[in-house]
Design a protein around this ligand. Structure first.
Ligand SMILES: Cc1cc2nc3c(=O)[nH]c(=O)nc-3n(C[C@H](O)[C@H](O)[C@H](O)COP(=O)(O)OP(=O)(O)OC[C@H]3O[C@@H](n4cnc5c(N)ncnc54)[C@H](O)[C@@H]3O)c2cc1C
Length: 352
């Protein structure tokens, strides 16, 4: 008899954990409170329009390749990726924008045109970003996350200075053009962080942007979720939707004995949660929670956003990939970033 594990949620994290646990021989059940799978990356279909409700930027394609390769698969077994060229367009004003090419050499030329001498600094910055990417994304993120000491490796130790400087400081040291500064500072926003308090080490996000490029799964990001759901099912995972986990039950030894789902108790030996940490803790008895409400009140969360999903029944003029626009409020300026969701004329407006 296989050990049973219940996984809360069906976002990227839960689906990938489900696949690995199934491969390791567990009997896996995924419980998703929503009607559809994918969590923040799920899909909204309304009046003939299809929207990715959350993520639209497919960065770090190597991470997806590594994931599928662990199961003897490739992303192309599940979806078709295309590299966007131009990658995206940044609007500083209604008639003032910069189009970021999909090719690094062309990006360097663009920088040079905007500010003489800036391409030399950009190349140096991206070289260091690439080294940091190799350390962070290819190694450190795959460590188990049990102790902060995992972050201390011979390679990170020699970069300790980068943990005391910030992205903002590093970018502004040599680059003076306000627009180029904004372009280089925006990728860390994806970490929910401000450039002014993000360590310079995190410039690996800039390598993900300029070095690896912006990609688009044909049909939208939801194709990735569909691929992961298919892989999980093929590995024997039981995925259940409309299943709201209300409580994680513990026995006398403080070990999981079961969970309450839609008012019914289900037995399980292990629980793994892909839901938000704070929410997951509220499912546990008060005495077994790691953090108090006072602690959570003291935390500063990444900004949330108000999203509008707007469909157009005609092609929009003056947009490169005709579809997604994200309006984000950054350092007192509105930026509009557009990304491609070809075949759908839909718009996601993002007001922070
Ligand atoms: C607007 C927006 C834009 C983004 N853009 C990008 C982007 O362009 N590129 C990118 O890489 N990332 C982007 N992200 C981030 C990315 O979407 C998330 O990091 C990722 O989807 C999170 O996955 P997850 O599995 O950690 O969590 P989630 O997707 O939040 O999954 C948690 C799941 O748990 C379920 N759940 C919660 N509580 C319970 C319960 N009690 N019982 C049962 N189920 C429960 C939820 O319904 C959800 O399905 C964006 C996020 C947002 C919100």
């Amino acid at each position: 008899m296989k050990n049973s594990i219940t996984i809360i949620g069906s976002g990227f994290s839960s689906l990938s954990a489900a696949c690995y646990m199934a491969k390791a021989g567990y009997q896996v059940t995924v419980l998703e409170k929503n009607a559809t799978f994918g969590g923040r990356a799920r899909q909204l279909i309304k009046n003939g329009f299809t929207f990715d409700i959350g993520p639209t930027w497919y960065w770090m394609p190597d991470v997806f390749e590594k994931f599928f390769a662990d199961f003897g698969k490739k992303p192309s077994d599940y979806y078709t990726l295309e590299k966007l060229d131009p990658a995206y367009q940044v609007y500083f004003d209604i008639n003032d924008s910069i189009t970021i090419p999909g090719n690094y050499e062309e990006i360097c030329e663009l920088f040079e045109k905007e500010e003489e001498g800036s391409s030399k600094h950009l190349r140096k910055f991206i070289k260091s970003a690439q080294e940091n990417y190799d350390i962070a994304v290819k190694d450190v993120v795959y460590r188990p996350g049990i102790s902060p000491l995992e972050l201390i490796t011979p390679k990170t130790a020699v970069r300790v200075g980068q943990f005391f400087s910030t992205i903002r400081k590093e970018v502004r040291k040599k680059i003076k053009s306000k627009k180029l500064i904004q372009i280089l500072e925006f990728p860390v926003l994806f970490l929910g962080a401000k450039p002014s308090n993000t360590p310079a080490f995190y410039n690996f996000m800039n390598y993900a942007d300029f070095g690896l490029g912006t990609w688009h799964p044909k049909g939208g990001m939801y194709m990735v979720i569909e691929g992961m759901v298919k892989l999980a099912r093929d590995l024997g995972v039981n995925l259940i939707n409309n299943a709201n986990v209300e409580e994680i039950k513990l026995n006398n030894q403080n070990k999981v004995s079961g969970i309450t789902v839609n008012n019914e108790v289900m037995e399980t030996e292990l629980v793994l949660s892909g839901a938000d940490y704070h929410h997951t803790e509220t499912l546990l008895p008060q005495k077994s929670r790691q953090y108090s409400e006072k602690y959570w009140d003291s935390r500063v969360f990444a900004p949330s956003s108000l999203l509008f999903y707007v469909g157009f029944d005609k092609k929009l003029n003056n947009v490169e990939h005709s579809s997604i626009q994200i309006l984000t409020y950054m350092q007192n300026q509105f930026m509009i970033l557009q990304n491609g969701l070809k075949n759908h004329y839909s718009m996601q407006a993002f007001l922070a």
